[in-house]
Design a protein around this ligand. Structure first.
Ligand code: PRP
Ligand code: MN
Ligand code: MG
Length: 181
C-alpha cells in the first residue's frame, strides 16, 4: 500500500480515487435534482472537505448551511446521545436538502439530524456520505449516495480526525502500528 509523507500512516483511498468518486456522486446528484434548487448541509467538522469538493461536482443551484453535533464521550458513543451544538442558519421547510457527511458509522449522528430536519418539512431530504461502515450500524439508516463502503477500519484524513488531527490529509488513510503516540 502507498505510504504518506507522515510516519505511521498508509493510504486507503488516494486523492485521485476520491476525486473520481466524488465526480461520479456529483453527476448522480445532478441527474436526481435537475432544475431544482438545493441546500447542501455540511456536518461540521469532518464533512468540510467533502462538501467543498462535492458542491463543485454538483451542477445545480445550491446554497450551503452547516450544523454541528456532539456525541457524548468520544469513542463511547453507544450511549446514543447526540447534542446539537450549531443549528441550521435557515429553516429547510419546503426545500430540497442534501445532508453531506464524511462517514456514516453507527448512524446516530445522521438519524438525529434526519429527524431534526424532517420536523421542518423539507420538500426532499437526501444524504450523501463519502464513506459507509454498514457493519457498525446501531440506528437503521442508509445514505442515498455512498462513496465507498468499508469494513470497520479507523480512517483519517479528508476531514476525518484522530483527536482532531489529520483532517487536512488529502488522502484517506489508516494508522499503522508504527504510528507515533
Ligand atoms: C464523526 C463523523 C460523522 C460521525 C459518524 O464525527 O464525521 O459525523 O462521527 O458517526 P456515527 O454514524 O457513529 O454517528 P465526529 O462526531 O467525530 O465529529 P467531527 O466531524 O467534528 O470529527
Ligand atoms: Mn462528523
Ligand atoms: Mg471526529
Amino acid at each position: 500500500m502507498a505510504t504518506t509523507a507522515l510516519q505511521g500512516l498508509e493510504v486507503l483511498y488516494t486523492r485521485q480515487q476520491i476525486a473520481e468518486r466524488v465526480a461520479e456522486m456529483g453527476a448522480e446528484i445532478t441527474r436526481d435534482l435537475k432544475g431544482e434548487k438545493l441546500v447542501m448541509v455540511g456536518v461540521l467538522k469532518g464533512a468540510a472537505p467533502f462538501l467543498s469538493d462535492l458542491a463543485r461536482a454538483v451542477q445545480v443551484d445550491a446554497t450551503f448551511d452547516f450544523v454541528a453535533v456532539s456525541s457524548y464521550g468520544k469513542g463511547h458513543r453507544t450511549s446514543g446521545a447526540v447534542k446539537l451544538i450549531k443549528d441550521l442558519d435557515e429553516t429547510v421547510e419546503g426545500k430540497n436538502v442534501l445532508i453531506v457527511e464524511d462517514i456514516l458509522d453507527t448512524g446516530l449522528t445522521l438519524s438525529y439530524l434526519r429527524k431534526l430536519m424532517l420536523n421542518q418539512k423539507p420538500k426532499t431530504l437526501r444524504i450523501a456520505a463519502l464513506l459507509d461502515k454498514p457493519s457498525r450500524r446501531i440506528e437503521k439508516i442508509d445514505a442515498d449516495y455512498v462513496g465507498f463502503s468499508i469494513p470497520n477500519l479507523f480512517v483519517i484524513g479528508y476531514g476525518m480526525d484522530y483527536a482532531e488531527r489529520y483532517r487536512n490529509l488529502p488522502d484517506i488513510c489508516l494508522m499503522t502500528p508504527d504510528h507515533p503516540e
